[in-house]
Design a protein around this ligand. Structure first.
Ligand SMILES: [Zn+2]
Length: 417
């Protein structure tokens, strides 16, 4: 146990970028001019403000992280304009530090699903988990830009040409609850196989492919250098800024609305479609699969949303399948809420949140042909944002598993022989 406490302390000390005294403010603009003013700050103070939530709509608040140097200015500017705000996180660094603390010992025999894990621990979990269950296999699905293996699991009992399900976590590095929740779901599926009727039918009918942590370079970087890193760690030629937003890099409407051409932007689309090896390898794996993929889910955080195509435009005609997407979504959000009362909103992505092109959800639907393609934004709604305390992992896991079981029931009603 001592070893892990020392290790955790070393990890905390090694973080290069610190957020001491940084706050997150939740701001509620009331009209388009206030929204426009907030957006102008984005350009003026790029290095001192980090917009955690995009500023696209008046019916959603804006969450922004502010450096100590800019706090007085921003608060005064808001007060002068009569715009209300709340301090959501008083000290970002303190909350980030608390996420890395290990109060429990970890051993290979008992993986602790209630704490956040490092890259190495997650990859090892994939192997250990597969070794534990006869209906789980592990394999390396990709290699990251920096050369790290990206492990995946396949869950399902033997069968011929079974329809497939694909779930991935951790495409955005700082969204730690995503890998944690995805692993929790996998564990729950395995544990309930043979005892729960829906779970048993799910694994007998489908093969479920799961990548718990896709953006492993970025994820490693969040543990060692910068807790709030979002993108990959790729570089192309001589460039000041590192990284591509892998969820703007997919081959569908790449380079459209809501994706940046600027390498320093957090939504940089990359130099070309599928330039990111993590995206290239997983998409080609899925396209080469000799199985029909019926469901694709990309797990993110935060906002508590369950979103379907389209992501690239709020004005594009919805696909005819949209009616069925909503039918399944209602089941998902209701089952999720039944556990702890957590409310999720569902709907077409761009119409519900904001337009973003080159996203996985649109690619999964259009290019892969997965009828039920979604992007899920997990807990919370902004109290902690990307820094969700580890104490919430278990509840997130339980409720999201209930949601996936409800979705499984819907998929079974449509695809079971
Ligand atoms: Zn995300």
């Amino acid at each position: 146990m001592k070893l892990f406490i020392v290790l955790a302390a070393v990890l905390v000390c090694a973080v290069a970028v610190r957020y001491d005294g940084y706050q997150t403010l939740r701001i509620q603009p009331r009209d388009p001019s206030e929204l426009e003013w907030l957006n102008s700050l984005k350009d003026d103070f790029a290095s001192k403000l980090d917009f955690w939530q995009n500023t696209g709509r008046l019916d959603r608040p804006v969450d922004v992280m502010v450096s100590p140097a800019l706090q007085t200015f921003l608060k005064e500017a808001l007060e002068v304009r009569g715009i209300s705000y709340d301090v959501m996180i008083d000290d970002v660094q303190a909350v980030a530090d608390s996420q890395m603390h290990r109060d429990v010992s970890i051993s290979a025999a008992s993986f602790d699903y209630t704490i956040y894990h490092t890259y190495a621990e997650i990859q090892q979990w994939v192997k250990d988990f597969a070794a534990e269950y006869s209906f789980v296999q592990n394999f390396q699905i990709a290699t990251s830009f920096e050369g790290r293996p990206i492990n995946a699991i396949k869950m399902g009992t033997a069968g011929f040409q079974k329809p497939a399900i694909y779930w991935q976590g951790g495409i955005h590095a700082r969204e730690w609850v995503s890998p944690a929740t995805v692993m929790y779901i996998a564990k729950s599926l395995a544990e309930e196989y043979g005892t729960d009727d829906t779970v048993t039918k799910m694994l007998d009918t489908f093969d479920i492919y799961i990548v718990p942590s896709l953006n492993v370079d970025g994820y490693t970087y969040t543990w060692i250098n910068d807790r709030l890193w979002r993108k990959t760690r790729s570089t192309y030629g001589a460039q000041v800024c590192v990284g591509t937003d892998p969820n703007r890099n997919y081959d569908y409407r790449w380079g459209g609305q809501g994706a940046s051409t600027q390498k320093c932007s957090d939504t940089y689309r990359g130099p070309s479609v599928h330039s990111e090896p993590e995206v290239a390898a997983t998409t080609s794996f899925l396209l080469n699969l000799q199985q029909t993929v019926v469901n694709f889910i990309d797990f993110h955080a935060y906002s508590q949303l369950f979103l379907s195509p389209w992501s690239y435009s709020a004005f594009a005609a919805l696909p005819t399948e949209s009616v069925d997407h909503d039918v399944a979504s209602v089941k998902v959000v209701n089952a999720l809420k039944a556990e702890f009362g957590t409310e999720y909103t569902y709907g077409p992505s761009a119409r519900t949140l904001y337009a973003a092109s080159g996203c996985s959800v649109d690619w999964g639907f259009s290019k892969l042909g997965a009828k039920y393609s979604y992007v899920m934004e997990l807990r919370d709604t902004g109290k902690f944002g990307f820094l969700l305390p580890a104490s919430q992992i278990e509840e997130s896991g339980i409720e999201t598993f209930a949601a996936m079981k409800a979705l499984g029931g819907h998929l079974l009603s449509e695809y079971a022989p």
